[in-house]
Design a protein around this ligand. Structure first.
Ligand SMILES: [Zn+2]
Length: 61
């Protein structure tokens, strides 16, 4: 995946997963960038999928 802040590409396993310092475990599956610590929401994947789908739809038209 790619960090939405510094554009560093890293594997999800390499990122810091979850709210480690969250006092109330809020259950968010944020994946923190190992370089800048930016919390990347997992929804980014979905957006990519939607963008791809839209592109394929457009090219088919
Ligand atoms: Zn980053």
């Amino acid at each position: 995946m790619m960090c939405g802040f510094c554009a560093l590409e890293f594997r999800e396993e390499e990122g810091i997963v979850g709210c480690v310092h969250c006092p109330v475990s809020c259950g968010k599956n944020m994946i923190k960038c190992p370089r800048c610590n930016y919390e990347n929401p997992p929804e980014l994947k979905l957006f990519k999928k939607i963008a791809k789908a839209l592109k394929t739809v457009k090219s088919e038209w």
